[in-house]
Ligand binder design. Sequence first.
Ligand code: ADP
Ligand code: MG
Length: 313
Amino acid sequence: PWIAPECVDNSLSNSNTADQWSFGVTLLEICNNGDVPLSGCALSKGNFGTVTLYLYDPANDGTGEYVAVKALKQGNDSGVESWIREIKILKSLKHINIVKYKGCCTEMGGQVVQLIMEYLPQGSLRDYLPTHKLSMAQCLLFVQQICQGMNYLHSQRYIHRDLAARNVLVENDKLVKIGDFGLTKYIPDGQNYYRVREDGDSPVFWYAIECLKEGKYSFSSDVWSFGVTLYEILTRCDPRQSPPKKFDEMMDSTQEGITLVALIKLLEAHTRLPCPKDSPHEVTLLMQQCWSADPAQRPSFQGLIDRFESIHR
Ligand code: ADP
Ligand code: MG
């Protein structure tokens, strides 16, 4: 678990020296530091990676800073290329509402590559919201910031493809940042969608109807996922109202198995997630617009920012 100090140098091409330093003491595993009031060093095991909390302390005198280190899950060799792509994408993104890249690090002659990013102490929105009583105004501030981050991402011609409360990270009660660029794709100029055929790991309950039916991902399909994220925020990520749970309740239970077929059928019949209890009328309307069957009818993130600004005022 020790990581070489020289690794943290904002470079992807340092595989030669890393091994010699893998017993350095610059990045300390937090669970070895008894007086830090944190729950443990493993922040999470997501679908694709594991995220661990470290103390980056080059002077080795306790003046360091916490960093979150993401590694590709063991045994996921097929994902190495997309893992390197994820790191390069994050490195290129600079926005207050996008998690900050700090560096990367290779070990074992380049066999293991780790992504080092700023640590957001409150974890993901999915963990934060159920345990913190947020007012509607605070929720809408977060929503506005997600739109700002997404608007920037789209201006760089990237689509996120995994926007969800679990991938929005919380700095404090006034600041959130978008994370997890594992499924992000670049849309070249002149093109407006990206076609993917994927296996069973896709976050289907966050996906727009054209993604499910045709594997067609676009700026507008991110807006659909934003609508689902907005739903999660308005329900304060209550697990009893989660998108998979709600869709499951609405789906035809006589049609065994094939969730995807049942989900497409539901969406084609214009069934959508229910309106969260205390959602302001204007916000509900915006959310429903994000779920328009026709991608062209959905707002852009810039459009959403303008609308939320006028609601917030
Ligand atoms: P995966 O690709 O496996 O889904 P994520 O990048 O979404 O991995 O990270 C998984 C989880 O780890 C997040 O949901 C969050 O709880 C936690 N996490 C990720 N990055 C950070 C960070 N920078 N600071 C704090 N917690 C983080
Ligand atoms: Mg994730």
